[in-house]
Write a protein that binds this ligand. Structure first.
Ligand SMILES: [Fe+2]
Ligand SMILES: [Fe+2]
Length: 166
């Protein structure tokens, strides 16, 4: 079976409560990809489709990601399916690859941008203040966002600025 085009991914997401979030995660993944010698199109699709089953698994969070992988089996590279399967810790599947960890970073950075209404241009001061505020409710954001960036040598504010204005 053929791979998935961006147009088809958007059609699959029609009516999803996570459309805006998914587009934002896709943009972050596209920005990250070149730094990891990956194809922006491949990583963008992982971001776009990572929450495809969100509305269907709302009552069964342990299946979040797994349903999507069942739906897309054979249509995305195994590495992409793996990242989708383990992006939410409630699946119980541990992230291993850099793509797995990049998706978790992008997912949580998107949540930070959405909740704290981060605008561009973003500076280190603005970014760290936003993380501090977000961590009052969601302490794991610090590890998922700051931890990954530190290990990979990423300036998060640069990533935010490269996504472009919203
Ligand atoms: Fe998710
Ligand atoms: Fe997400």
């Amino acid at each position: 079976m053929a791979g998935i085009t961006e147009g088809e991914a958007h059609r699959l997401l029609e009516g999803s409560s996570k459309l805006f979030h998914s587009v934002l995660v896709a943009r972050i993944m596209e920005v990250l990809a070149p730094g990891f010698a990956a194809a922006p199109q491949d990583w963008g699709l992982v971001g776009l489709l990572h929450d495809l089953d969100q509305d269907a698994t709302e009552d069964e969070p342990s299946l979040h990601g797994l349903r999507t992988v069942e739906m897309l089996a054979g249509r995305l590279p195994d590495a992409s399916l793996r990242a989708i399967k383990c992006h939410d810790h409630r699946s119980g599947i541990k992230p291993v690859t850099v793509l797995d960890r990049a998706l978790i970073f992008a997912d949580n950075l998107a949540i930070l941008i959405e909740n704290q209404k981060l605008k561009t241009p973003c500076t280190p001061t603005v970014l760290f203040e936003a993380v501090r505020r977000e961590c009052q409710d969601k302490p794991w954001i610090a590890e998922y966002v700051l931890g990954f960036a530190e290990r990979e040598g990423l300036a998060i504010w640069d990533v935010v600025n490269k996504i472009g204005p919203r």
